[in-house]
Design a protein around this ligand. Structure first.
Ligand code: ATP
Length: 201
């Protein structure tokens, strides 16, 4: 099974790339950025360690974790954020490893793990190759305005907290340009897959 990492900044087109693998190649896909939240549900493995580290003040009335309260505790406090990351990140990685093992057993040929912070959290170590989905900022802002109702300054604020194009390019194995239509994007994906012998003609 080939393990492919997909990363890039907000609005670059990661979900479109991942969707291609899910819809056209029957690959297993894992959206890593949403897993942390899932694991913090009341019956999830991150719930108890978070409550014991941060206390019951971060709970809602019904006992669920109040993610807004938790965010306000760790916001601008590197020490508290590290405590939270040290709880959540290993559990997320463990979840991904289990998904990978399951996909292998199912006989899947390709496993895709998508994350905007794939490089920062060290997932590169279990990927056979990591792709950087690259699109010019002005195109990303336009797409985010149209499809997510974001303002230009909201989009720029998120981008300023992410790696620069140069950093992504340096740390990833391959760059997929997403500066044209979706058909072109899919052709570029197929070109690379042929080079990797993952797509037959
Ligand atoms: P995020 O980091 O927020 O998850 P993302 O990198 O996953 O963003 P997408 O959701 O794939 O980005 O793309 C952002 C928006 O732009 C989506 O609505 C998507 O359909 C659209 N989009 C992406 N690529 C193209 C393209 N080549 N042509 C037209 N629309 C596109």
């Amino acid at each position: 099974m080939f393990v492919l990492g997909i990363t890039g900044g907000i609005g670059s087109g990661k979900s479109e790339v991942t969707g291609y693998f899910r819809d056209y190649l029957d690959a297993s896909v894992c959206l890593a950025d949403g897993i942390g939240a899932k694991l913090q549900a009341k019956d999830g493995p991150a719930y108890a360690p978070i409550v014991s580290a941060f206390g019951k003040d971060i709970l809602c009335e019904n006992g669920c974790l109040d993610r807004k309260k938790l965010a306000s505790v760790v916001f601008n406090d590197a020490e508290q954020l590290k405590i939270l990351d040290d709880i959540v990140h290993p559990l997320v990685e463990n979840y991904i490893q289990n998904e990978m093992a399951r996909s292998r057993t199912e006989g899947k040929k390709i496993f895709v793990v998508e994350s905007a912070i794939l490089i920062e959290v060290g997932y590169k170590q279990f990927c056979d190759e990591v792709w950087f989905v690259k699109a010019p900022k002005r195109i990303r802002i336009k797409r985010l305005k149209e499809t997510r109702d974001m303002t230009e300054s909201q989009a720029l604020a998120v981008m300023s907290r992410q790696l620069s194009d140069e950093e992504y390019e340096k740390k990833c194995d391959y760059t997929i340009k997403n500066n044209a239509d979706l058909e072109t994007l899919f052709k570029r994906i197929e070109k690379r897959l042929r080079e990797l012998n993952l797509l037959e003609d």
